[in-house]
Design a binder for this molecule. Structure first.
Ligand code: GDD
Length: 334
């Protein structure tokens, strides 16, 4: 007899990570449900996923969604995830990114009391929590020093996840993921902003690119690799917290150089520094040590920095060429 398929529920299902994770889980035979926000937002829809509407700032239908879908695993990826934006809308960010996690944890706890279901919970914690770092590389033991309303909200969610594990014995894990990118990355994050602009410059659709701090250093990996770590975390015997990172760090300037060089362009002819992209307080340097994940469940990143740049540039070049074609076919009407 066939075993019934496992059921997973993903919040932020149409975001970069949500879409890669959905594809991974569908490939493993899961039935996948996804939560999407009501308004406009990221739209990487994946065929085969059952989408539901919900809002982290609300939460009134979370228990009903668990009752209707009966997941074994819940991956909580949704958030107001833009660091700079969080300085402009700090209370909203705290509500959605911080309290939104608590709303899910409470829904899972109440659902267990009603049904006996022990839903495994993954919290998308962030390397931004390390902020003004006290040591490099950062590990699971490095103290947090958040530098933005977003990071403060993520610290709250991190501890709330641990508290639900300790107080109520929930199988709840924090994946402390360092920056991870892909062609599906939102266009306001720096890597995608750079590859998208460079490709458009290459085909003549744009001339300049406005950026902020070029000296910030990040540990950039490939999102497709990182969603595998999320799944592995929930397959362990015990819930725990893990850093997921490449162990390498590069500056925004290096990412810029690698991108423009790969297109035979000189970034210095196109990039303008713009104060509006500077943050009131910045995270200068992130570099993670993922030894614990490697030793516990064998996770290592497959895509390195140069390949990441190449993958993103190739995808954005295709997009820019398509955009150019459409502009040529449909001349602007006055
Ligand atoms: N977005 C953006 N736009 N960043 C810029 C720009 C610009 O024009 N110019 C320079 N930067 C610098 C930022 O100041 C920051 O130091 C760095 O580029 C990376 O910015 P983002 O790509 O916006 O990512 P982030 O590091 O702030 O946050 C991302 O990674 C976190 C994990 O560490 C987000 O995905 C978070 O949600 C995630 O938790």
């Amino acid at each position: 007899m066939n075993r019934p398929a496992r059921v997973a529920f993903i919040t932020g299902a149409t975001g970069q990570d949500g879409s890669y994770l959905a594809e991974l889980l569908l490939g493993k035979g899961y039935v996948v449900h996804g939560l999407v926000a009501g308004g406009s937002g990221p739209t990487n829809r994946v065929a085969g996923v059952h989408y539901h509407t919900g809002d982290l700032a609300d939460g009134t239908n979370f228990e009903a969604l668990l009752w209707d879908t009966r997941p074994a695993e819940l991956y909580h990826l949704a958030a107001q995830s833009h660091v700079q934006l969080s300085f402009e809308i700090p209370v909203y960010t705290a509500d959605v990114t911080g309290l939104g996690t608590l709303r899910w944890l409470e829904a899972i706890r109440n659902h267990r009391d009603r049904t006996g279901d022990n839903i495994r919970f993954y919290q998308a914690s962030s390397s931004e929590m390390f902020g003004k770092v006290s040591e490099t590389p950062q590990t699971e033991l490095t103290p947090f020093h958040p530098r933005s309303p977003y990071a403060c909200a993520k610290v709250f969610a991190y501890w709330q996840t641990i508290n639900h594990r300790e107080a109520y014995n929930l199988f709840a894990c924090n994946g402390i993921l360092f920056n991870h990118e892909s062609p599906r990355r939102g266009e306001t994050f720096v890597t995608r902003k750079i590859t998208r602009a460079a490709a458009r410059i290459k085909v003549g659709l744009q001339q300049t690119l406005k950026l902020g701090n070029l000296e910030a250093r990040r540990d950039w990996g490939f999102a497709g690799d990182y969603v595998e770590a999320m799944w592995l975390m929930l397959q362990q015997d015990q819930p725990d917290d893990f850093v997921i990172a490449t162990g390498e760090t590069h500056s925004v300037r290096e990412f810029l150089e690698a991108t423009f060089n790969s297109l035979n362009l000189d970034w210095q002819n196109h990039v303008e520094l713009d104060q509006q992209f500077l943050r009131p307080s910045e995270v200068d340097l992130l570099r993670g040590d993922a030894s614990k994940a490697r030793e516990s469940f064998g996770w290592t990143p497959k895509v390195g920095f140069r390949d990441l740049v190449r993958i993103m540039v190739e995808a954005d070049l295709l997009l820019a060429r398509r955009e150019l074609q459409i502009q040529t076919l449909v001349p602007e009407t006055v």
